[in-house]
Design a protein around this ligand. Structure first.
Ligand code: SDX
Length: 429
């Protein structure tokens, strides 16, 4: 913290000195807590310019298209690391050594099964229930199986919950898919790595041996990794706010899943595929670009734009490269949706509207094309996002709980009726 300060001059009042704090990277912040003693609130709908907390986990420079996890650039992690190692990094602050990495992977493997009564829970859903609706339910329901070993103030309990959540999300995600197609659930296998196990549980059946394609497993792992964390986005902020009440981590992650579902957030990857299919042909791209620019048309180019990035989302660049690799591995280089996506990106990036508003492809623009090529249905895309984001949610929840924190309780600018007396029914016009 520094001793810099801002002075707020108010008409007819003494000026208010507001401390300014500097981080290791990024803009300084003005500490506005002294305002309350002077009868004032700040006003920042959507928290566009509000730092809600101090954090050491992830840093984004939106103007430069930089994303760091505990200081490591996302491009290097995507190229040289894997999802579980990145989970360890997010949770513990440092990359694991060989022993730590092996122990962490082994602990995850030992927690991939879910309580068998969870399968009964699934039977309460319609087969055509949206997988995210099921995930909100079953992840929250994990609280019912672990409430007895859950002292959030005990670091060992917090670590066990983290392991359980990271380990069980792929199992639960695959179960939502199997349930939707009426196939039996596949139990996780301890001889497969994290991404291989997920693809096995998704596409394997008890009827025959299932060999996981290593190229697809690598692409799946990279998709998980690229979604692992992203500062105080809407779903992570939801997890933090839920956790600030002392709610158990399973309930907090379930709240994060619900927030992620929206098409402006994690639901965008599903919306991108639906949009590309609606466009249908490169000849119709100008029509949709014009709709996206039309103030009277609620249509937005899904997968474009970002609250923080005003440059390329670095994850989108890696995702685009992964899309090329997967589609060529599968002999789908001429995939019509990929062609539409690439042409749409080219046209949009040359369009003055998108240039002026600094709208670039984000993480969701290419991920769906890879997932579709792997054989994952569009309705499962946001579930994959939630699976990848779980370590980030937990790392932020743990960072908050393991440091002094207060219950989150924003204030408001009230513009409703002033005090008035109740009117009995017979006196109302
Ligand atoms: C994620 O926060 C995170 O970090 C999220 C995320 C993560 O990893 O957690 O990165 C994941 O959610 C990525 C974003 C996925 N969503 C989409 O792709 C949906 C399409 N994008 C837009 O809905 C929008 O860009 C948002 C919601 C992502 C960001 O919206 P903002 O920051 O609130 O910006 P805005 O809506 O105020 O837009 C600024 C201007 C507006 O025009 P004006 O009112 O200034 O004239 O840009 C326009 C918008 O109309 N605009 C778009 C647009 N996105 C913004 N116009 C057309 N198409 C778009 N996609």
């Amino acid at each position: 913290m520094t001793d810099k300060k801002a002075r707020l001059a108010l008409e007819g009042k003494d000026p208010i000195d507001l401390p300014i704090h500097s981080g290791t990277l990024g803009p300084d912040v003005v500490d506005v807590s002294p305002l309350l003693a002077n009868g004032l609130f700040t006003y920042d709908p959507g928290f566009v310019a509000t730092a809600a907390c101090e954090s050491r986990i992830t840093f984004i420079d939106g103007d430069k298209g930089v994303l760091l996890h505990r200081g490591y650039p996302i491009e290097q992690l995507a190229e040289q690391s894997d999802h579980l190692e990145t989970c360890y990094l997010l949770l513990n602050g440092e990359l694991p050594n060989a022993r730590q990495k092996a122990e962490f992977a082994e602990r995850i493997t030992r927690h991939t099964m879910v309580h068998d009564q969870i399968t009964t829970f699934f039977k309460g859903f319609r087969r055509d229930a949206h997988p995210m609706a099921i995930m909100c339910g079953v992840v929250g329901a994990l609280s019912a199986f672990y409430h007895d070993s859950l002292d959030i103030n005990d670091p060992r309990h917090r670590e066990t919950s983290a392991i359980r959540l990271i380990a069980k999300m792929p199992t639960l995600a695959a179960m939502t898919y199997k349930y939707s197609i009426g196939q039996p659930f596949m139990y996780p296998r301890n001889d497969l790595n994290y991404a291989e196990n997920f693809l096995y549980m998704m596409f394997g059946t008890p009827c025959e041996e299932f060999k996981v394609n290593p190229v697809l497993a690598r692409a799946m792992d990279r998709i998980f990794l690229l979604h692992a964390d992203h500062e105080q986005n809407a779903s992570t902020s939801t997890v933090r706010l839920s956790g600030s009440t002392g709610a158990n981590p399973f309930a907090c992650i379930s709240a994060g899943i619900a927030a992620l579902w929206g098409p402006s957030h994690g639901g965008a990857n599903e919306a991108v595929l639906n949009m590309l299919e609606e466009i249908g042909d490169v000849s119709r791209i100008p029509e949709f670009v014009n709709r996206a620019k039309d103030k009277n048309d609620p249509f937005r180019l899904m997968g474009f734009g970002h609250r923080v990035y005003k440059n390329f989302d670095p994850r989108a660049k890696v995702m685009k490269q992964a899309a090329d690799e997967v589609l060529s591995e599968l002999g789908l280089e001429n995939d019509p949706l990929l062609k539409i996506a690439k042409e749409l990106e080219r046209i949009a990036l040359e369009d003055p509207y998108f240039i002026e508003k600094k709208l670039y492809p984000n993480v969701d623009f290419y991920s769906g094309i890879i997932l579709k090529a792997i054989g994952i249905p569009t309705s499962m895309f946001t579930v994959i996002f939630a699976l990848g984001r779980t370590p980030g949610w937990i790392a932020h929840w743990n960072e908050m709980i393991s440091n002094p924190y207060k219950i989150g309780r924003p204030r408001q600018l009230y513009t409703g009726p002033v005090r008035r007396d109740f009117q009995p029914l017979d006196q109302r016009s």
